[in-house]
Design a protein around this ligand. Structure first.
Ligand code: PLP
Length: 394
């Protein structure tokens, strides 16, 4: 432990353990005392290739010595390369790069409002989901459906109508002449890994098309292979009008993206921008990440690893009489019969395993997409022991 005062220069924004992380490699994180942790959070579903993967280190160092930031007033080769790759491998034709998921979502909201202003008589409302999470800027907090955010930072940005997830009638009932779009996560991550059903996503796509409004998928957490396909929308067999990416696309560096169909791209010069947006240093990393995810067999392997972890969690659930296992790919959650997730995550950390208590009764797992079978076994072994102690089922 450092001296108490050493921590105080940082604004206190969340409860953190006293250990200070200094080193990461693959699935393993090491703190300042040399203690090692098996990391099943990975920077919050960010480090899709694990800690300090070689391809990211090389992309950063190669690009850093060539060109870091020519300013957004010029094209650069890396942003062009990444945008073209994303267009080739998605259903979208246009890309705008940002530095965080919230910023990408802020851009999606602006694009939908501009589109509504131009093509739907000034419609500006966006239907979003209860318990959804879209980021921490004022507009994205307003779009989010976290119950305890409702009274924070008033007045909120207006124009967001919240409905329950997987309830099509609620969406139908909330669409009016002012509605420009429906926005959701294909799997709600922060809410505790709650998937939108395939039928619901398909029905939403039909509904939004019939009503002449946009469908926006926030794939900041689900995108870039996390759920077993490059993007989660592909599993539902739909094509949204707008999608946002973050987290995994940068594999640990600040990179995010707003993608849109050509026909909804209506930004004009001056509408959108940002000093760091599309800088070649981050874009070079994005290119390296995408190249890895698209290697033959990589995504198939993510699906296999996801099945291995899911099966192991199901066995733990049966053995310790817990709840369901849900999610997709390597974004999975184990539901507990009591609100003990935080205590379990704490015990796990003491024993060298990092997992997330997404909700009081939900443990969330988001390991590196190249986690090994052995590492999954280590995770399950530590959990098995702790669950036995906590629920007295050992
Ligand atoms: C993490 C997350 C965001 C916010 O991304 P930041 O990079 O933290 O701004 C937005 N949407 C979803 C679905 C997320 O999981």
């Amino acid at each position: 432990m450092l001296d108490e005062s050493a921590y105080q220069a940082l604004m206190s924004i969340t409860k953190r353990p006293a250990s200070v992380m200094v080193y990461g490699s693959g699935s393993w994180l090491t703190d300042h005392e040399g203690k090692r942790y098996l990391d099943f959070i990975q920077g919050w579903a960010v480090n899709c290739l694990g800690h300090s993967p070689r391809v990211v280190v090389e992309a950063l160092s190669n690009q850093a010595s060539r060109l870091i930031s020519p300013s957004p007033a010029f094209y650069n080769d890396q942003a062009l390369r990444l945008a073209n790759q994303l267009v080739v491998h998605s259903c979208f034709q246009r890309v705008f790069f940002a530095s965080s998921g919230a910023e990408a979502n802020e851009g999606a909201i602006k694009l939908a409002r501009k589109w509504g202003a131009l093509h739907r008589n000034g419609a500006y409302q966006i239907v979003t989901m209860e318990n959804g999470f879209h980021g921490r800027t004022l507009a994205t907090m307003s779009a989010s459906g976290k119950p305890h955010w409702e009274k924070l930072f008033e007045p909120k940005v207006p124009g967001f109508i919240k409905v329950p997830l997987n309830d099509l009638d609620a969406v139908v009932g909330s669409i009016g002449p002012e509605t420009a779009a429906v926005m959701l996560e294909p799997v709600q991550g922060e809410a505790g890994v709650i998937p939108a059903s395939r039928e619901y996503l398909q029905a939403l796509r039909r509904l939004t098309r019939d009503k002449g409004i946009l469908l926006i998928c926030d794939e900041v957490q689900t995108g870039m292979g996390r759920t077993g396909t490059l993007f989660a929308y592909q599993q539902a067999g739909i094509e949204p009008d707008i999608m946002t990416l973050g987290k995994g696309i940068g594999a640990g560096v600040p990179l995010a993206a707003l993608l849109a169909k050509e026909e909804v791209c209506c930004f004009e010069p001056g509408d959108q921008g940002g000093t760091y947006n599309g800088n070649p240093l981050m874009a070079a990393v994005g290119c390296a990440v995408l190249e890895e995810l698209l290697r033959p067999g990589f995504l198939e392997r993510v699906r296999e690893l996801g099945e291995t972890l899911r099966y192991g969690l199901l066995q733990l659930s049966r053995k310790h009489r817990l709840g369901e296992v849900r999610g997709a790919g390597l974004l999975l959650a184990l539901v507990l019969p009591q609100p003990k997730a935080e205590a379990i995550a704490e015990l796990a950390r003491e024993r060298g395993l990092i997992v997330n208590a997404a909700r009081p009764e939900v443990l969330r797992f988001m390991p590196a997409l190249n986690v090994t079978i052995d590492e999954i076994a280590v995770c399950l072994g530590i959990l098995d022991q702790i669950l036995g102690e906590v629920f007295e089922t050992a």
